[in-house]
Design a protein around this ligand. Structure first.
Ligand code: TPP
Ligand code: MG
Length: 655
């Protein structure tokens, strides 16, 4: 006897309502409403193999409506992934379970990206689709030919980032991207008519998308719509009209099903309504068998792909890239040696471009870009031609003025694997990227943020463009490395460290203004320890100055004046506080320890937090107000960040 699709979908519904009921928290409405669509997607369209969740050429499935997490947990369990087990599902939302409140990529294979912040899953999927097209162009159909499928809700389509993601995907003609819209006309506050009257299909069409709609509870109609989407060369939006909480007789179609357990009575009534005559967490054998058979189908496509890979001339390189390993080579060493031989006086944004010339020539994995500030961020190099709809083999993306969309897309590229994304904008606009930067960090995605114009040093553009609190606030983000290099040698080292940081993002904070070289010794990668002694005191040490980026040369100037006044001064360059924090006590004490020594920090930004290194009796010099519009030199004088202004304060404090 064959099991009906309705019965298979009802298994999802039952697991969702029972798990949420057991946890007494969660979102049953979305999985119950989308169970029919998801059943068709997984049975007839999605390419996956539960026995090999990380198979490189699998389709990527993104549950952008992450609150509906029980949908993906049910699907992974039913189709035969090793986890979640039924016990994991029983323990939905408990500490012991990988079935977290929202899907997290680090907990479960099959969860391609962490979702929950609405709109970001969708925008991340755009990056996955870009990575797929690029690798397809490089390695060919035999190794790379898959799709990215997204389930998104009204919220994901309403968020501002959706505009950026849709614009980018339409412009790049990502026909491998199919977004299934759970068009249930309900959000938390009630009907969508409370807050929107947008013609969504018209907006998508205007952006170069293909739009198709269907009845999300009619299996044949769903199949037709998904088929049309798959066949169309444009990115597709599949608008599925659904009923939220489908099957809960008294609550379906209302916001009451969105984010709370249905309640014992309503769960009981839903069992009757759905004809689901089984205990919680019990799936009848015939239904389970049907799901497992469906899950096993992908093994054939996977085996055929393995055979093609085994015979492929580029196998080794493809495997290296998908593993995210860097190739062997001495390009960076050679470049550092050339810098030491002739240290340039350049802005660190320029130094970043110079480092990238060496990196991009030696490392085919990088895909660079900028949110319309290419000439300012210095992110484009001679070996990287544009990645376009006509030529996906390019390695440079003109993201347009879409900072958030760029950051989310870079997450998708990094999570897809095979590429290492970096992208630029002004450091002050990390505020626009920030929600995606947070997800880079949470998801352990190797994304490199090239953030230039890193202080009042950018000058005349004024306080709207001058970061003040940004560097410190990014340092508070777990698993984000923030680098603020002081010259060309430090910039090159920080780039190398960012590339090596496989399990998380890095932010490079770079200057607009030219900086004198401060480092000459390239015998070791000094930035590796986060901080190092650039200059040792002559005679007795009275002062330790810790500085970063453009203020390191200033610190050296102050130190010279202090030495003239007989006050022995160390200068510590601290390009990365996070890496310094990881060093052992002996190293930290060697740099910052000493009785009766005055510790001073200098950084042209918020002083908040620097007392961690200087102590309560230290001196923290920076900027705790907004900047101003003026030439950079005048601003440094105005804000007291000159040797002439700082040295007397230190001498006074020493008394
Ligand atoms: C950026 C962001 N803002 C707000 C929320 C809180 N939130 C979660 S679901 C939701 C409503 C989403 O509506 P819809 O996408 O239509 O989901 P449905 O109720 O249909 O399941 C909101 C506001 C969130 N998760 N992310
Ligand atoms: Mg909705």
């Amino acid at each position: 006897m064959t099991v009906s699709e309705k019965a298979m979908a009802n298994a999802i519904r039952a697991l969702a309502m029972d798990a949420v009921q057991a946890a007494n928290s969660g979102h049953p409405g979305m999985p119950m409403g989308m169970a029919d669509v998801a059943t068709v997607l997984f049975s007839d369209f999605l390419k996956f193999d539960p026995a090999a969740p990380n198979w490189a050429d699998r389709d990527r499935f993104v549950l952008s409506a992450g609150h509906g997490s029980m949908l993906i947990y049910a699907l992974l369990h039913l189709t035969g992934y090793e986890r979640p087990t039924m016990q994991d599902i029983r323990d939905f939302r408990q500490l012991s379970s990988p079935c977290a409140g929202h899907p997290e990529n680090l907990h479960l294979e099959g969860v391609e990206t962490t979702t929950g912040p609405l709109g970001q899953g969708f925008a991340t999927a755009v990056g996955m689709a870009v990575a797929e097209r690029h690798l397809n162009a490089v390695f060919g159909d035999d190794l790379v030919d898959h799709k990215t499928w997204v389930i998104a809700g009204d919220g994901c389509l309403m968020e501002g980032i959706n505009h950026e993601a849709v614009g980018l995907a339409g412009h790049l003609g990502l026909g491998n991207l199919n977004v299934i819209w759970d068009n249930n006309s309900i959000t938390i506050d009630g009907g969508t008519d409370l807050s929107t009257s947008e013609d969504i299909p018209a907006r998508y069409r205007a952006s170069g998308w293909h739009v198709v709609s269907c009845n999300g509870h009619d299996f044949d109609d769903i199949r037709r719509a998904l088929g049309e989407a798959e066949a169309d060369p444009r990115p597709s939006l599949i608008a599925c009209e659904t009923i939220i909480g489908y099957g809960a007789p008294n609550k379906q179609g209302t916001a009451a099903t969105h984010g709370a357990a249905l309640g014992e009575e309503e769960v009981k009534a839903a069992r009757v309504e759905l004809g689901w005559d089984h205990n919680p967490f019990e799936i009848p054998e015939d239904i389970m068998t049907s799901w497992r058979q469906l899950g096993a189908r992908g093994a054939t496509a996977h085996a055929e792909w393995q055979a093609r890979l085994a015979a492929h001339g580029d196998r080794e390189e493809f495997e290296r890239r998908m593993a995210g390993d860097l190739p062997d080579g001495s390009a960076m060493q050679d470049y550092l040696a050339s810098l030491a031989a002739d240290p340039p006086k350049v802005a660190t944004r320029k130094a970043s471009e110079m480092a990238l010339e060496a990196i991009n020539a030696a490392l085919p994995d990088t895909i660079g870009g900028s949110a319309d500030l290419t000439g300012s961020n210095n992110t484009k190099t001679s070996t990287t031609k544009p990645l376009t709809k006509e030529d996906y083999s390019g390695r440079y993306i003109y993201y347009g003025i879409r900072e958030f969309g760029m950051a989310a897309a870079m997450n998708g590229m990094a999570l897809h694997g095979g590429v290492i994304p970096y992208g630029g904008t002004f450091l002050v606009f990390t505020d626009y990227c920030r929600a995606a930067m947070r997800l880079s960090a949470l998801q352990q995605a190797r994304v490199i943020y090239v953030m230039t114009h890193d202080s009042i040093g950018l000058g005349e553009d004024g306080p709207t463009h001058q970061p003040v609190e940004h560097v410190q606030s990014l340092r508070t983000m777990p698993n984000m490395l923030v680098f603020r290099p002081a010259d060309a040698i430090e910039t090159a080292e920080c780039w190398a460290l960012a590339l090596k940081h496989k399990t998380g993002p890095s932010t490079l904070a770079l200057t607009r203004q030219g900086l004198p070289p401060v480092r000459h010794d390239v015998s070791a990668i000094h930035c590796e320890k986060g901080a190092y002694r650039l200059k040792a005191a002559n005679g007795e040490k009275r002062v330790i100055i810790v500085a970063t980026g453009s203020e390191v040369s200033l610190a050296l100037g102050v130190a010279a004046q202090l030495e003239d006044a007989g006050k022995g001064t160390d200068v510590i360059s601290m390009p990365c506080t996070e890496l310094f924090d990881q060093q052992d006590d002996a190293y930290k004490s060697d740099l910052l320890g000493g009785e009766g020594v005055l510790r001073v920090s200098i950084e042209a930004g918020a002083t908040f937090g620097w007392e961690r290194y200087t102590g309560r009796d230290g001196l923290n010099l920076g900027i705790d107000s907004f900047g101003a519009s003026a030439p950079a030199g005048d601003l440094f004088a105005h804000f007291g960040l000159t040797a002439e202004a700082i040295t007397p304060q230190i001498i006074e404090k020493l008394r």
